[in-house]
Write a protein that binds this ligand. Sequence first.
Ligand code: MN
Length: 448
Amino acid sequence: MDSLRSFLDDLPPDEILRVSEPMSLDFKPTALVLELEKRRRFPVLFIERPEGGDVPVVANIFADRARIASMVGVERSAFNDAWVRAMEHRIPPVMVPDGPVHEVIETGEQVDAGRLPISRHFMQDAGRYIGSGILVCKDPDTGVRNLSFQRMQLKGPNRFGVSLHSRGHIWEHLQRAQARGRNLEVAVVIGAHPAIYLAAGAKVAMEVDEFDIAGALLGRPIELVRCRTIDMEVPAGAEYVLEGEILGAEQENEGPYGEYTGYSTSRSTRNVFVVKAITRRAKPIFLDIIPGYSTEHLLLGRAAKEAHVFSRLKEVIPTLKALNFPKSGTHFHAYMSFRKSAEGQARHALMLLFGLDAYLKLAVAVDEDVDVFNEEEVLWAVSTRFQADTDSFVVPKVFCNRLDPSSVDGMSAKLGLDATAPLDWDVERTSLPQEALDWANNLINRGG
Ligand code: MN
């Protein structure tokens, strides 16, 4: 059965950093991951002995592009194609009678979410937060399921504050439930096969069940079991599930919380999630996702988006080579490389890029010899193939993401940079014979 642990079992041991000494979950997982990042290290963190509990915590699984590709069984360079194939050939889930997620079932007075190993991630956070929960709900009219991530602040044994500020499908569902005077049933899945996490991050039509995409990514259907206290289905192999409802008639303060921009924000829809049951494995693993401006959080958020935008852009720009949303831009920068055959194509491509992703504020187009995953090389192209007066354009006052603290009234300016060389350029890059490069690599690999 596909699960978080089946994925972890298949990981090379040197990709896992095990911490066996007792460790507080207040700030320390975040500190460890962010300090490792400074050293360009992105291991999976396995915290064997969190203080005050006996449930191990796993974090940082999404911090590496090659690892993300391995979650769907492909090499890094094949991820975009795998994603597009999955969107076109979805595989619906299957129901199974029982699964490990129902090994322990706690309801009513037994429910105490405070016993879960939930971290406090940043000093400014209002408290302990689950950022790794996949919220499964259903369209009140059509019954089509929806999977999404929403931040959840622990408030009491059976109570969480939740913010739906990304205004996705779950927000639409809640509006319609509220209009009928009802709550919205939600199952929060914590710890499942990471392909389900990637699918939950996809921006797809309301009519699409993200479990179908997860199945397609894995090449086989996801096995689901029925929840015990609500009309919902969850992965049979999940580690934890919180069954409950988002209240239709109550709101209360939630936040602040450290968001992907690197800033703490109190922007919140101020919703309340009440837990009816906690179901789990007998010996569960808790999955944490390091939030804020961490590589893991940003990569999980944009892996699906990059693949989607890349495929749409390539429909119009067939010579598109690569697209990168670099970490420097949180979600607001994109670099694209392509082979130019006519002047003005870069501007055309950049306008398309802005049209496909409203979060973007800076987009840079470079020639195909420039590696868009190497930010230094992109800025080198800007320094040597770009003039600000003739090769840039600004579109003012465009709809944007409001978590950008510099945005004004939900709008921002879009800056496009054409850092491609003119077609009649007579400048040549320095280069080396392949034989010399091979010799150098040989020597280095021998430990020279
Ligand atoms: Mn959806």
